[in-house]
Design a protein around this ligand. Sequence first.
Ligand code: 2BH
Ligand code: MN
Ligand code: MN
Length: 301
Amino acid sequence: KTIAVVGCPFSGGQPRVGVDKGPIHLVEAGLLTQLKELGWNVQFDGHHQFEEISAADDPPIGKLRNPRFVSRVTKAVAEAVGGHAKKGQLPLTLGGDHSLAMGTISGTLDTYPDACVIWIDAHADINTAETTDSGNIHGMPVSFLMGLGSKVPEFSWVKSGLRPDSIVYIGLRDVDAGEKRILKENNIKAFSMHEVDKYGIGKVVEMALDYVNPKRDRPIHLSFDVDALDPTVAPSTGTPVRGGLTFREGHYICEAIYETGLLVALDLMEVNPSLEDEESVKQTVAVGCSLVRAALGETLL
Ligand SMILES: N[C@@H](CC/C=C/[B-](O)(O)O)C(=O)O
Ligand SMILES: [Mn+2]
Ligand SMILES: [Mn+2]
């Protein structure tokens, strides 16, 4: 099988400089070679060049920042990921901020309408145009994918058919008030760090899969935000939150999902190689590469 690596140097969904350099650092750290050593065919056509839109031409819509830029880029990503999926390849999208998931998951749903989404994150990323405080669209992709909140014409292309019962979260610990309401109102399953502590990661992953993929017959799209990990494990990321997943808990999730044999798409998001000292950046990039390998079949024995 072929891994199609979609390098997305994009930071428009959030204000911090540098997350667009994430894909470049991940590839430079040797990720492609590592995947080939695992036995994968690896297709990489170079990082995407996203044509900028000047701030003057992209004023906020309501509170949303850079809406036209984010829409254009995520639409291009949906087409890229969808194209690879249609060819039977496994798209690996390297971010870049998590607004990109509007594109990656739209692409996956185009080919696998019954796919389920496993979202690993400190944050729910489900704010609507009404509930967002920051206006940063990396905090909103899930609401667009579910068609929640008021329609924003720029994002009318998003596949908004993701059903609330088709997503499950692991790692939540920094959810806005509006998002908590949305999760409750829509009955969305979420295993926060409280549940991880209470049950252990093995049981949490089993419960998450039993909920969203009980017969283990649905394709899985794994969207992994490195800020799900504790900041001591992945320090160089834009919205770090204390009390996160350990190195092993993060890897266990990836290993267990690979074991299902159902993985059809993978996102590795929010690696920002410009926020910390060189050692911390290297550590964060190395963890990102290691998580990807674990999700694509690397085992400890
Ligand atoms: N909920 C906050 C934080 C969003 C975090 C996005 B991330 O998970 O992609 O890092 C917001 O809406 O601004
Ligand atoms: Mn996220
Ligand atoms: Mn996050």
